[in-house]
Design a protein around this ligand. Structure first.
Ligand SMILES: [Zn+2]
Length: 362
């Protein structure tokens, strides 16, 4: 990339080497089981969802024409997702305005001015378009073709931007990893399958449905459950991969460690094992929930949480090509490693498998 493009990422944040090294030190405490369950809610208080429902009901009952929300972020950033109800009857049209615009409206009103806003909103619902689709492609294996290594990102995104960092880049990295395997002329022993999930943002629908349909769970497995050999997931923006976390016993991480070590000069620090079957945040957890080795990647944050995640700035310009290219090489090497080893990735023995965790309704 040219230097002009690089300047756009002047604020790009990378995790210090020492920090990731400590995090992935096999002798150290590691980082445990990922995101855990939320603490129990205080029954005497409304939940955030209940508060939101009551405000909606008040606005509908009061005949409000519009709701104006403060974007509440700097630098013109707007986060606009969905209304959780997906039902026009239970909420009024809502517009999220820039923080500085919202502030001006608020100040004028505080001064007693009669603020007038004009909107022309044309929206359509497409009830016939309720079904969304995963995109699946594979490189067939050779002598172990019935066993599968998977790679994936999610195809859907929010509408404020085009979803370049969340998560077109994850999809692009996985497609590029598959291309690298092809052009290297290597014939993987196990089948390498790329999945571009849909409905991730609404509740991991694509990956949960796929796992259910193909693999079942540790407690109620389908024949493919025993033939599955790892799923690599990239869904934290454009930053370089610095480490990974695999669901399984410590031996599972030990299998992946040598291949990640090949990329230590790119700042890849290692792999940890985790024991969490909680479904949360991204598609690898759909596999973990089934007791399968989902492998989530930790990446340099760059400006993901500060700027692009679910915002109007999530566009192609925010991608760092060099990081994405390196990520594809790392994933290709990891996938080949798992595809070609004699043994599969170690799993928890039946009596050591963490207890199943209910899939939440989103
Ligand atoms: Zn995402």
């Amino acid at each position: 990339m040219d230097s002009g493009a690089r300047q756009l990422h002047a604020s790009a944040k990378r995790t210090p080497d020492e920090q990731v090294k400590a995090q992935y030190d096999p002798a150290g405490p590691g980082r445990g089981g990922g995101r855990g369950a939320a603490p129990p809610a205080d029954p005497t208080r409304y939940t955030a969802a209940q508060v939101a429902e009551k405000i909606d009901a008040m606005l509908v009952a009061g005949g409000a024409m519009m709701r104006i929300n403060d974007a509440a972020r700097g630098e013109g950033i707007i986060v606009a997702q969905q209304h959780r109800g997906y039902d026009e009857a239970t909420a009024v049209p809502t517009v999220v305005v820039r923080n500085d615009d919202f502030g001006r409206i608020e100040r004028l009103m505080a001064d007693g001015d009669d603020v007038k806003l004009q909107f022309d909103i044309v929206n359509h619902s497409y009830p016939e378009g309720k079904t969304s689709y995963n995109v699946i492609a594979e490189i067939p294996g050779t002598d172990k073709a019935d066993e599968v290594v998977m790679l994936g990102g999610h195809l859907d995104s929010w509408h404020g931007g085009t979803g370049a960092t969340d998560n077109a880049i994850g999809c692009a990295i996985m497609m590029e990893a598959a291309r690298l395997i092809q052009v290297a002329g290597v014939k993987p022993r196990r089948t390498v399958r790329v999945a571009l999930w849909s409905g991730e943002e609404q509740g991991l629908y694509g990956s949960l449905a796929y796992v259910k349909q193909h693999f079942g769970t540790a407690e109620d497995p389908k024949p493919e459950w025993a033939k599955f050999n790892g799923y690599f997931n990239v869904d934290t923006g454009t930053g370089r991969i610095r480490g990974g976390s695999v669901f399984g016993p410590p031996e599972a991480a030990a299998i992946l460690r040598p291949v990640f070590a090949l990329f230590s000069d790119w700042g890849v620090a290692g792999v940890n094992a985790n024991t969490s079957r909680v479904v949360a945040g991204t598609d690898s957890t759909s596999f973990n929930n089934a007791g399968l080795p989902g492998i989530g990647m930790q990446q340099d944050p760059i400006e993901y949480n500060s700027m692009t995640h679910h915002t109007n700035l999530d566009t192609y310009e925010r991608i760092i090509p060099e990081d994405a290219q390196r990520n594809a090489a790392i994933i290709a090497a990891g996938a080949l490693h798992l595809a070609n080893r004699d043994e599969m990735v170690p799993r928890f023995e039946k009596d050591k498998m963490p207890a199943p965790v209910k899939v939440p309704t989103f």
